[in-house]
Design a protein around this ligand. Structure first.
Ligand SMILES: C[S@@+](CC[C@H](N)C(=O)[O-])C[C@H]1O[C@@H](n2cnc3c(N)ncnc32)[C@H](O)[C@@H]1O
Ligand code: SF4
Length: 410
């Protein structure tokens, strides 16, 4: 089998592509959420009638129309699609049709194996769910976070547990066979008992994949400020106990962990791409990034005005082997059982994994990881011992280690 991806128009095998669409709108800014910290609240909560949101949707269409011809001429064939954010399910029927219309006009989507739409419970109803199915989505990811109403209020959610459960059931009734729910463990003050109740409830639902994220105390969030002010506290040991308890309980119900936070089957193909660089991807929208032909292209998060005014250009274009990117890629890969495969890394970035790991900032990060778990470096690539993945992830998040090493690198 050839290790070189065909890139020219005459290529025999088309390189697969992931298409990501970013929707930086939500009904609220949740206290824990580190996905939209850079989006001003007024922009995050824009309604479909507002001119900036309308311009954003037009800009998405324009960006797709600009870049699709080049990608097609380089032989790329979309295999996976993911609409996230923010809250992709917040879009109206007309907005979804505008963007899917552009994608269908400009790409051949006949090879798509997985098309996921991500959303929050209060923004889904049976009509919308049917529309998602009709638009070609075959997987849905629902942000549930918790089944405890007190917890949901405390973390700033605008839905309650019953609405979350109704959204999951309605998704199943609309014909979704691949349903993921997002849950979080390890909030300040959360004990293992609460996690146990949450998982026991979760496994009664028609869900085949769970994302159980250990809470990350990320800068710029309301909850992080509370931790700083001392009004709440992170207990790393309790976080780990909670995660391990959730993992064991899920395993007993047949949902195996294939990466830190990810359980069940089939695996989420789009996460496989981001975490293990298994194919190139194009990200449309403000806050989206792309990895195309060894270049990392980025549109800054939160810059909706900039993006809507000139969607054809990216805010930055960097070689994928740049040390700050390698740090990010490896940090993600080390949360997976397989880790980073050396040949795949070389294929995506154009540099050998061995050389990339020799960069001082990358070496420093790997040394720190190695103090928290058994790092395996061999011909195949680099990965953490399976039993150490979660503890390394949780302890590193809680001391902001990745953030610190990124600053050093910068
Ligand atoms: C981009 S959000 C989209 C979900 C959707 N907007 C919703 O709220 O239901 C993806 C997921 O990231 C997780 N997440 C966000 N911030 C987090 C944090 N600080 N720690 C752990 N998980 C977090 C949440 O579980 C969230 O559902
Ligand atoms: S968790 Fe979802 S709804 Fe809440 S702020 Fe983040 S992206 Fe928006």
């Amino acid at each position: 089998m050839s290790t070189t991806p065909p890139t020219g128009p005459g290529a025999v095998t088309a390189p697969p592509l992931l298409i990501y669409v970013n929707v930086p709108f939500c009904n609220s800014k949740c206290h824990f959420c580190d996905w939209v910290t850079e989006v001003p609240l007024a922009d995050l909560r824009l309604t479909p009638e507002t001119s900036l949101r309308q311009r954003y949707i037009k800009a998405l269409v324009e960006q797709i129309e600009t870049h699709a011809p080049t990608l097609n001429s380089r032989g790329y064939r979309p295999r996976i699609m993911y609409w996230g954010g923010g809250t992709a399910s917040i879009l109206t029927l007309a907005e979804i049709e505008a963007v899917t219309g552009a994608l269908h006009r400009r790409f051949d989507l006949g090879d798509l194996v997985e098309a996921t739409i991500e959303g929050s419970p209060e923004s889904m109803d049976p009509e919308k769910l049917r529309l998602f199915r009709a638009a070609g989505f075959n997987r849905i990811s629902i942000g549930v976070q918790s089944f405890d109403d007190t917890r949901l209020r405390r973390i700033g959610r605008v839905h309650n547990a019953e609405q979350a459960e109704r959204a999951v059931l309605a998704a199943a009734e609309s014909g979704f066979e691949n349903i993921n729910i997002d849950l979080i463990v390890g909030f300040p003050g959360q004990e293992v008992d609460e996690v146990e109740r949450m998982i026991r409830h979760a496994v009664t639902l028609p869900v085949n994949h769970f994302s159980v994220y250990p809470y990350r105390p990320t800068n710029g969030t309301v909850m992080r400020k509370q931790v700083r002010r001392g009004t709440s506290e992170i207990d790393v040991d309790e976080q780990l106990r909670s995660y391990v308890h959730a993992r064991d309980l899920l395993a007993r119900h047949g949902f195996d962990e294939y990466a830190t936070a990810y359980f069940g089957a089939p695996r989420c193909e789009s996460d496989e791409v981001y975490y293990k660089l298994t194919m190139d991807w194009i990200g449309f929208g403000s806050g989206a990034n792309s990895l195309i032909g060894g270049r990392f292209l980025l549109n800054e998060r939160g810059a909706l005005h900039r993006f809507s005014a000139a969607p054809q250009r990216f805010d930055s274009d960097t070689p994928a082997y740049s040390p700050h990117l390698v740090l990010h890629f490896l940090a993600q890969a080390l949360t997976t059982v397989d880790g980073m495969d050396a040949r795949t890394f070389q294929l995506r970035t154009g540099r050998s994994l061995r050389a990339a790991c020799e960069e001082p900032a990358v070496r420093r990060m790997l040394e720190q990881v190695n103090r928290r778990g058994r790092l395996i470096v061999d011909k195949r690539g680099i990965r953490l011992h399976r039993d150490d993945m979660a503890s390394a992830y949780i302890t590193m998040n809680s001391v902001d280690l990745y953030a610190a090493t990124e600053q050093n690198a910068g």
